[in-house]
Design a binder for this molecule. Structure first.
Ligand SMILES: *Cc1c(COP(=O)(O)O)cnc(C)c1O
Ligand SMILES: [Zn+2]
Length: 409
């Protein structure tokens, strides 16, 4: 686990200017977003044998945290890639896989980016972190900050589900509830980032934070013996997951680890579908005024520069983007739980709802291996429980009920 980081520098995605490694949020020349670059020839030479250890930090060579002492962990990553044969049959898909992020320490894909975000906060000498969140990023950044001995200032959405709020209140002493949606607070908060009072654990600009989510691609490759699925459907809120996963596959292709990168399809909630609309209309992103969606983690109406980056990747790859209504998302959630036993939250299952739509609209060939990223557990969702009125049994009544239910009367 003492693997060296092969990060070499930062490159502007707009003008291509190279910058030295450091805490820098945008290009000095054109204010474009920056992305990390690694020693690809070295990866080509060693092959996957360079990977050692388990969990997220197995991928330390392709992550930007140099000092092993800064590699904070709660046991994230190494999530299961599950075959979904029952659902595949129902949907008429040749092979359906689910990359289920629920088993992560705080129940979502956010733990991957929190590990590298908080690792970077340590690397650059910060004592406090902060994030604006609809709930998942908040509880994840709070947990990882606590783990690293850092203070965290967590700004949480007033409509975040009760389990998410409980989780945040447990893991940080500084939980602040904000009025409105993510888009209402983020411009003000992003402005404050410039003052460097805290380490930026937001999704808008920080290249180090986003990097952790790249491990999704590396795991998918390893779990399929470097023959990744033909199609991967990934969620898009601000776009970190999508961008990072795309680059993970690109790095592996450039290093010759995989022959071909999967087609990466973007999934959004219909109530927060700025990227999907722009993709459909062929224009630029027009920020949306959004309200509530059950896919709380996807509730960003203005994905900013990262949204534009997602759009660029979609167009370059000639890929697809789709959305799904809240009722379709909830139906997909129940269907997945009943057919495969996987209990993912609405945010996590939006990808499946979008896949179902794309198949129905014949926009996706079902004779392929398709993987959906299920980005969160269902256990952090607020929902009406079934009736709690209990039955008192005696031995006969209990036997009768069991026989009736199992049809053996
Ligand atoms: C934040 C989040 C996402 C996607 O967000 P990006 O900013 O696009 O990476 C997806 N699923 C869950 C559960 C999330 O919490
Ligand atoms: Zn630039």
């Amino acid at each position: 686990m003492k693997a060296e980081s092969l990060a070499q520098g930062l490159v502007c995605i707009d003008c291509g200017a190279a910058h030295a490694l450091g805490y820098r949020l945008e290009c000095e020349r054109c204010r474009g977003l920056l992305e990390l670059r690694y020693d690809i020839p070295r990866l080509a030479k060693t092959g996957p044998a360079i990977l050692a250890g388990r969990g997220l930090w197995r991928y330390a060579p392709v992550l930007p945290i140099a000092d092993p002492a800064h590699r904070v962990t709660l046991g994230e990553g190494e999530t299961p890639l599950l075959e979904c044969p029952h659902l595949a049959k129902e949907l008429g898909v040749r092979r359906l896989l689910a990359k289920f992020e629920g088993p992560n320490p705080t129940g979502t894909v956010k733990d991957r980016s929190s590990a590298t975000a908080v690792g970077a906060a340590l690397q650059f000498g910060y004592a406090a972190t902060s994030v604006v969140s609809s709930g998942n990023a908040g509880s994840s950044i709070a947990a990882y900050s606590a783990r690293a001995g850092l203070r965290s200032l967590i700004f949480a959405y007033e409509r975040a589900s009760a389990p998410k709020l409980l989780h945040m209140a447990a893991t940080t002493a500084d939980l602040i509830i904000y009025k409105g949606v993510y888009d209402d607070l983020i411009p003000l908060w992003d402005g404050l980032v410039e003052e460097r009072l805290f380490f930026d654990c937001g999704a808008s600009r920080n290249a180090y934070k986003q990097e952790g989510k790249k491990t999704l691609a590396y795991e998918l490759a390893e779990q399929t013996a470097f023959a990744p699925p033909d199609v991967v459907v990934a969620p898009v809120a601000v776009g970190e997951t999508f961008i990072a996963t795309a680059r993970g596959f690109r790095e592996m292709r450039e290093a010759g680890w995989i022959a071909k990168a999967p087609l990466l399809v973007a999934a959004q909630a219909a109530r927060a579908n700025a990227v999907v609309r722009a993709f459909r209309d062929g224009g630029a992103i027009v920020p949306l005024k959004i309200g509530y969606t059950v896919a709380e983690g996807l509730a960003a109406g203005n994905p900013g520069k990262k949204g534009a980056w997602v759009l660029r990747l979609l167009r370059e790859q000639r890929s697809l983007a789709g959305d799904a209504e809240d009722d379709e998302i909830l139906a997909a959630q129940r269907r997945l739980a009943r057919t495969e036993g996987i209990w993912a939250g609405p945010t996590g299952v939006a990808t499946l709802a979008v896949l179902i739509r794309l198949l129905a609209e014949k926009r996706l060939d079902p004779a392929q291996t398709i993987c959906v990223v299920l980005s969160e557990t269902g256990l952090k969702t607020e929902a009406e429980p079934p009736s709690r009125s209990g039955t008192a049994f005696d031995a006969d009544a209990l036997r009768r009920l069991v026989r009736e239910r199992l049809g053996t009367t």
